[in-house]
Design a protein around this ligand. Structure first.
Ligand code: CA
Length: 227
């Protein structure tokens, strides 16, 4: 499983460095933005799994950046932890109304912030923090990369493993081919949407190799879903 991507949006270089250092030490991939505009550009390039967003930013405020992120379908479900100075507590409430998932008041404990970051990721991307996912008779262990169906081990390639993790994080959710490209391939390589069909086909075959019904659903004109 690719390490979760955490975007740090903070205008003070020292603060940004401390956060980036600690997040990298947690095993996360870190991207850094010094303001809201840069954050929007980075997010368009690669949707992160979590955003740490400073309240007081030059030009576009943290609140407005939060609102923009939460109103775009590509980033609406990405958890946001707001970082605010103590004097801005009134604004904190507004922040939660804009859709921020959590907040911490400066000066915050980095240890506590890391714990909250993991908690948000556990909710938004359980497989990225080593959780065991279950769906029906399928079990996926993100730490050991083992997949079992009805107790029997299944052999999956790395791409099929990431695909299955994505499906198992949100059973029932319909993923478009583009969303799967973003999530599973991360657009690091040139792949077209037919590649998604090929790998979903391989995943299906692997899941049914030892019998059992096909748990993957093709939704015409929309994409794929588990269950
Ligand atoms: Ca600031």
């Amino acid at each position: 499983m690719a390490a979760p991507v955490v975007l740090v949006v903070e205008d003070e270089p020292a603060q940004r460095e401390i956060l980036a250092y600690n997040l990298a030490a947690e095993g996360f991939r870190v991207r850094q933005a010094k303001d809201g505009e840069e954050a929007m550009l980075l997010v368009a390039e690669e949707p992160p799994d979590l955003i740490l967003l400073d309240w007081m930013l030059p030009n576009v405020s943290g609140i407005e950046t939060c609102r923009r992120l939460k109103s775009r379908p590509q980033t609406a479900t990405v958890p946001i932890i707001m970082l605010s100075a103590r004097s801005e507590e009134v604004d904190l409430v507004r922040g939660l109304e804009t859709g921020a998932d959590d907040y911490m008041v400066k000066p915050y404990s980095v240890v506590e912030l890391m714990a909250r970051a993991r908690a948000q990721l556990r909710r938004s991307r359980p497989s990225s923090v080593g959780a065991v996912l279950r769906y029906d008779d399928i079990t996926l262990d993100a730490e050991t990369h083992r997949v079992e169906r009805a107790g029997a081990a299944l052999k999956l390639g790395p791409t099929e493993f990431r695909l299955l993790s994505t499906f198992m994080e949100r059973p029932g959710r319909v993923w478009s081919r583009e969303q799967l490209l973003d999530r599973v391939w991360r657009r690091n390589v040139f792949v077209d949407t037919r590649t998604v069909d090929v790998h979903v086909g391989r995943l299906r075959k692997a899941l049914c190799a030892r019998g059992g019904a096909d748990p993957l659903r093709t939704v015409r004109g929309a994409g794929y879903a588990l269950g």
